[in-house]
Write a protein that binds this ligand. Structure first.
Ligand SMILES: [Ca+2]
Ligand SMILES: [Ca+2]
Ligand SMILES: [Ca+2]
Length: 717
């Protein structure tokens, strides 16, 4: 018995145990195929498998299993990927899988197949018995057992082969191989593995199949005569999620289900693989910086989003590559750098100033920066922020005192605060956060909510610190599993979990705000009457990434740092804000008012009175990422704002957009995204996102004779 157990344990170690983080596993001679979804887009991933069928049903998501070495997985709404590999008599297929938290009963899941004539898409054997020389295989399905199990049910193998049994009507539907096990939980990652072993000779009924869940063998089934010729080999894998079985499982809640399944870390091999093994067992996360001594080359790491070391360019160039610089007159480049820094310059800010940039949108962002406060610093009002902004602009949008909508924004500042004067200046670190479930103040307004760790040392002015902040969005709109964490000099100090930051996964963390903001309030709130405060600060060695970065480690191999500075995603690169779609309506008023009612045409523009102009049914589109409205306005009088109203049948309300910053007699080009339109006077209601947009009204306040000119109006879908 003991001997058997030991043998079993050895066998169960698997190929993956030799390749922590699956690194290099694809080069193992026993491995037939691997896919981790870390590179390429859906189209190119489809091409390397063979074909992706309906790409609109597949998407890459930044949600992976805890032990997964990457950051992307494939989410399938319906369909999958099919591939062929070198034929073998025994094949193991391992992958990770996660059902949406609201998933119902699914239909078929991945198939491991022997296909006599491999084709781009699987041939249909549904309802038919295959011959022994052309086809056999099994799916590892989730099955609700006629609705007796909560969705999606339990794992079972569903098999087709030459000796399968017919149903009562004489049709051949896959035969079920069930086993005792815990029911499948939704909203969490599993690693599953299935194995099929062909019979050794055409006559021998010694074929097998088995499956494992999270490295535990659940069931083995033996005695199969899968094939009648040993020319027929296991050679195909179909990563599949092809619909739902609410009819078979009598699911009354079908209408509210989300039939989405994610997959990752696929490995096919001729021996047992086992789950992905952690790269550094038990050790604290070393961080990305550990792999790049002196941060040299760190900007090339695919997990890194943005890098700034202030080593190149003047302040103007630095501002340009970030996107925005404010109060550059308060800044200079200083020779004061952190002890471990490979460079010779930091940025020094006196009084107030900021740098503001965007990265591509991610679900988790880590921001590491070095900071030093002046030895005589006072208290700070606001500090460095990580933001998720659905409609990013090159400059920070003012939102103080307002609660953002759950699909609009969430933000968190990693800030020093004085605990109302209890902590010496500049105070202790904490998070200051805005999100849709934040608590309101006594004044009826919404001021950032505090996240304070239980106890910590006060920040010492006059010395460099390495600060890292992490903002992690909730995994599904319903789940309160968002987090935020910060580290001081590589030591975790504050960790906060259970936050529902957002109501849609379209809202991503995409903004970094290096902010140094001092007001008289900061001193007043902390009863600070110290006379000779010096409000100055230094920042350096900033890295933004999707994984933990950690402090600078070691010296650059080349002796000096060679970094390519980052560039704002709003301005450059493939990760810029979504591009406006196809033109679906345009009016330049050269031949009259067209579809606009209200106002009169004058000199090729529409002259609008305060009561406004409107257009109905001139176009119709469902608002999505790329929907954009663009036009030019010129007020002929002084006015504060022009209001745009777009009625939504779906929301049964007007959505709004306000144009401000207009100057009398000057044209202003206005461009905004459909998702920015919101109900509510304060624009705090639902977005027009997903609603039909087929109308527009433009109004403003003023005496009856006041006029605003409108021209070059266009809508893109
Ligand atoms: Ca992956
Ligand atoms: Ca530097
Ligand atoms: Ca015109």
């Amino acid at each position: 018995m003991t001997l058997l157990t030991i043998l079993f344990a050895l066998q169960q170690a698997g190929i993956a145990s030799q390749y922590p983080g699956d690194e290099g596993i694809e080069r193992d001679p026993r491995v037939l195929f691997t896919e981790n979804f870390e590179t390429g887009d859906i189209k190119s991933i489809g091409a390397r498998w063979g074909d992706c069928g309906k790409p609109q049903n597949l998407r890459l998501v930044e949600d992976v299993a805890a032990g997964s070495p990457g950051r992307r997985a494939l989410k399938v709404a319906f369909g999958g990927l099919y591939t062929h590999f070198k034929g073998a008599d025994r094949v193991y297929a391992r992958y990770s899988i996660k059902f949406d938290a609201k998933c119902g009963y699914t239909h078929h899941l991945p198939f491991l197949l022997a296909d006599g004539e491999p084709t781009t898409w699987p041939k249909g054997f549904a309802g038919k018995k295959p011959g022994g020389d052309n086809f056999f295989g099994s799916a590892l399905d989730a099955w609700g057992d006629w609705g007796t199990l909560a969705p999606p049910g339990k794992w079972m193998l569903y098999s087709y082969w030459q000796e399968m049994k017919p149903d009562g009507r004489g049709d051949y539907w896959g035969n079920n191989f069930k086993a005792a096990q815990d029911p499948i939980e939704r909203g969490r990652w599993y690693t599953v593995e299935m194995m099929i072993k062909a019979n050794s000779t055409p006559e021998a009924a010694d074929g097998e199949q088995a499956f494992w869940v999270d490295g535990k063998l659940i069931a083995e089934f033996k005695g199969f005569r899968w094939r009648s010729t040993d020319k027929l080999k296991l050679n195909s894998f179909w990563l599949l999620h092809d619909g739902h079985t609410e009819d078979l499982n009598k699911d009354a809640d079908h209408a509210s289900r989300v039939y989405e399944v994610s997959f990752d870390d696929v490995v096919l091999a001729t021996e047992y693989i086992g789950p992905v093994q952690p790269k550094s067992k038990g050790a604290a996360p070393a961080g990305i910086a550990a792999q790049y001594p002196g941060d040299e080359g760190i900007e090339k790491d695919p997990r890194v989003l943005f890098v700034e070391d202030f080593e190149s360019g003047d302040l103007k160039e630095i501002g340009a590559r970030w996107g925005e610089i404010s109060h550059a007159e308060n800044m200079d480049l200083s020779a004061d750098v952190p002890a471990d820094s490979p460079g010779v310059r930091s940025v020094h800010i006196a009084k107030n100033g900021h740098l503001y940039t965007h990265t591509k949108g991610v679900d988790t962002m880590f921001a590491r920066f070095y900071v030093k406060f002046h030895p005589k610093t006072g208290y700070i009002h606001h500090f460095v922020h990580l933001n998720a902004d659905r409609a990013p602009t090159p400059w920070p949008k003012g939102a103080a005192g307002l609660k953002p909508a759950g699909d609009q924004a969430f933000t968190s500042g990693i800030e020093p605060w004085g605990q109302w004067g209890k902590a010496p200046a500049p105070g202790v670190w904490h998070f200051y956060s805005y999100w849709h479930e934040m608590k309101g103040g006594n004044d009826g307004k919404f001021w950032g909510n505090f996240f304070d760790p239980p106890q910590q040392e006060a920040i010492q002015p006059g010395r460099w610190y390495c600060i890292e902040a992490m903002l992690k969005a909730n995994s599904t709109p319903e789940t309160s599993d968002g987090e935020q964490t910060f580290w001081v000099d590589g030591k975790k100090v504050g960790e906060f979990k259970g936050i529902r930051w957002r109501t849609t996964d379209q809202l991503k963390v995409n903004t970094f705000w290096l902010l140094y903001y001092i007001t008289e309030q900061s001193a007043r709130h902390n009863n600070d009457t110290t006379p000779d405060r010096v409000y100055e600060i230094w920042f350096d060695d900033i890295v933004l990434a999707t994984e933990y970065i950690g402090p600078l480690q070691g010296r650059p191999k080349s002796g000096k740092r060679v970094a390519t500075p980052g560039r704002s995603a709003l301005h450059a690169g493939p990760t810029a804000a979504p591009k406006a779609g196809k033109l679906i309506f345009a009016e330049n008023f050269e031949n009259g008012a067209g579809k606009f009612k209200g106002g009169e045409v004058s000199d090729g523009a529409l002259s609008i009175p305060p009561k406004g102009t409107e257009t109905w049914g001139a176009w119709s589109t469902t608002v999505g990422e790329s929907t954009t409205v663009k036009f030019r306005l010129k007020p002929l009088v002084d006015l504060e704002q022009v209001s745009l109203l777009i009625w939504s049948d779906k929301l049964k309300d007007n959505t709004r957009y306000y144009v401000t910053g207009l100057k009398k007699g000057e044209w202003k080009t206005v461009e905004f995204r459909g998702v920015e339109l919101r109900t509510g006077w304060a624009l705090d209601g639902p977005s027009l996102d997903g609603s039909v947009m087929n109308n527009l009204r433009i109004v403003f306040e003023g005496p009856p004779e006041a006029r605003v000119l409108l021209d070059d109006f266009e809508v893109r879908e």
